[in-house]
Ligand binder design. Structure first.
Ligand code: C5P
Length: 240
């Protein structure tokens, strides 16, 4: 994969105009854009067409669906009609829910003659630490074991990959093999502020540990020169 294709820019903005402007500025330098719940709820699902019209092929819908299998399947079918390239669901919805999501994406894409979106899983949110996992959610054992367990469950259910923090990548890669996609947020180029991210890695560290894609938000989108910031991430990855 070319270096720039590994970069997914998180469009964490609250208005469609801001998202489209970022897309126009960055589309030739990165591989994909991530649309999350803030932007979709601010702009509506028309945002996907707006971004596509601005010249983007690869859109990751960070939908984090978590509901009964039938409802998640319906939501994934609808998102497939929006033409997204990648979408996610919570692994904690269980095997049947994940299987329903993967199947819905394939069936709907096939009936429309589209490429199916890559359906990936969210294992454990990075805002949850081991104390919360044990005391609030009553999940015994280590957080890392739970993350790896959920990644294996996702793979078994037919998902194509997971979102994982840089610290978890090597363990998931070892457990799930070379073809399972790993998408990693919490990326900070050496010169960047880490903001509220605690477990961070540089772009090249994340890829070296085995990530396929990196999600980069503020280090690019809040830079005084987003294009230059994106190009410096590409340059760093090219040196690998
Ligand atoms: O600005 P920053 O680079 O921190 O943005 C990272 C993006 O990745 C945000 O959209 C955030 O919601 C998302 N994300 C994350 N950690 C996860 C899953 C998603 O930071 N575990």
């Amino acid at each position: 994969m070319e270096a720039r294709q590994r970069i997914i820019v998180a469009l964490d903005v609250d208005a469609p105009e801001k998202a489209v402007e970022l897309v126009r500025t960055l589309k030739d330098d990165v591989g994909a854009f991530k649309v999350g719940l803030e932007l979709v709820n601010a702009a509506g699902t028309g945002i996907f067409e707006a971004i596509r019209s601005a010249g983007v092929e690869h859109i990751f819908y960070d939908a984090k669906f978590h509901d009964i299998p039938n409802t998640v399947a319906g939501a994934v079918r609808a998102a497939t009609r929006l033409g997204v390239w990648m979408i996610n669901v919570h692994c904690s919805g269980g095997r049947e829910m994940m299987r329903a999501a993967a199947q819905a994406a394939h069936e709907e894409a096939t009936s429309l003659g589209l490429q199916p979106p890559k359906v990936i899983g969210v294992t454990v949110l990075t805002s949850i630490d081991e104390t919360i996992l044990r005391q609030e959610l009553r999940v015994p054992g280590s957080l890392l074991d739970h993350v790896v367990h959920l990644a294996q469950l996702a793979q078994d259910a037919g998902l194509e990959g997971v979102v994982a923090s840089p610290q978890e990548v090597e363990h998931i890669r070892a457990a799930c093999g070379p073809d399972f996609l790993i998408v990693t947020p919490g990326i900070r180029p050496l010169s960047a502020d880490s903001h509220d991210q605690k477990r961070v890695a540089t772009p090249s560290e994340a890829i070296r540990r085995g990530a396929d894609y990196i999600v980069v938000g503020r280090p690019i989108t809040q830079s005084p020169d987003p294009k230059r910031a994106a190009r410096s991430v590409v340059a760093e990855l090219r040196e690998l």
